[in-house]
Design a protein around this ligand. Structure first.
Ligand code: AMP
Length: 282
């Protein structure tokens, strides 16, 4: 199967599609693909004449060197999973040089504060790295539509803000979270879970569903306390944060206000593996 290691190799195909006034969809990934990624690709293929799927483990969005080093890389398997899409997709697996022609560093962004909450607190600089790589991809590919999972809900909101601030001509489309039958949100990092971590991992979605049920009748303080207790007694999972936040500002809230939308967000460690998830509370 063909894939493109540089933007110049991909350019003539992109020009061809644009000259026919057809739409280009874009699905950025870090590879180790699973059916969550494929759901984004399917949506893009249904809505665009050509979909560019990128596979690039972006060094600047990792605040932890071990996490970057151990991030799963399975290019052969990824290509096999994408093979069925045939000519409807172009796979872009850039060299680091293509994305960072000068130095491998991120541009600092001001996303109006949403980048400082949750993931921003625990992964300093993470969203500067995300903003930098996504902006670069948008400039290189110039997609009409770009697809991001709600699995990384804060990232999705950061990308929406990036497009607004930088006035980038691309539609951002949020896609629902794909889960395993156990409820665990699919993630490339799940490949690193051992059997007992995997056995305990459904607790993450269970507490989120319980929070959705309790939000509005119980206080945020009580809900948070119950979540903290549930993880305290778990032998495999360590809670990093559980936050109920306004869906737009991502600021933590203490109580429900009418006509506002909220989500519960969670980050958990299973050994060295960091897992995140979230749920709409409406
Ligand atoms: P990643 O490879 O982890 O950077 O993810 C690439 C894209 O796939 C991002 O937009 C993610 O939000 C999305 N994604 C990852 N896991 C899931 C999932 N379980 N369900 C839906 N989208 C996902």
């Amino acid at each position: 199967m063909t894939y493109y290691p540089t933007i110049s190799a991909l350019q003539s195909l992109l020009h061809e599609v644009k000259s026919r006034h057809q739409n280009i969809g874009f699905v950025p990934t870090m590879g180790a693909l699973h059916s969550g990624h494929l759901s984004l690709v399917e949506r893009s293929v249904a809505e665009n004449q050509l979909t560019v799927v990128s596979i690039f483990v972006n060094p600047t969005q990792f605040n932890n060197a071990t996490d970057f080093k151990t991030y799963p890389r399975h290019i052969e398997e990824d290509l096999a999973l994408l093979a069925d899409f045939g000519k409807k997709i172009a796979i872009y697996i850039p060299e680091v040089n293509d994305i960072y022609p000068q130095e491998v560093a991120s541009q600092p962004f001001d996303f109006g504060g949403i980048e400082l909450q949750m993931e921003g607190q625990f992964r300093p600089g993470h969203f500067d790295g995300v903003g930098t790589v996504v902006k670069r991809f948008f400039e290189l590919i110039q997609p009409d539509n770009a697809y991001f999972g709600e699995k990384d809900f804060q990232q999705l909101q950061v990308i929406r803000k990036l497009v607004e601030i930088e006035k980038l001509p691309v539609n951002i489309i949020g896609c629902p979270i794909s889960r395993a039958a156990s409820g665990l949100a699919l993630s490339s990092r799940n490949k690193r879970l051992n059997p007992s971590q995997l056995r305990e991992s459904p607790l993450i979605y269970q507490v989120l569903k319980q929070a959705r049920q309790d939000f509005g009748t119980k206080s945020v303080k009580n809900i948070t306390h119950a979540v903290t207790e549930a993880f305290k007694s778990n032998p495999e999972l360590k809670l990093e944060y559980f936050t109920i936040a306004d869906e737009v500002t991502l600021k933590p809230v203490q109580r429900k206000i009418k006509n506002k939308k909220y989500r519960a967000f969670i980050a958990v460690f299973a050994g060295e593996v960091r897992l995140i998830d979230n749920i709409a509370l409406y």
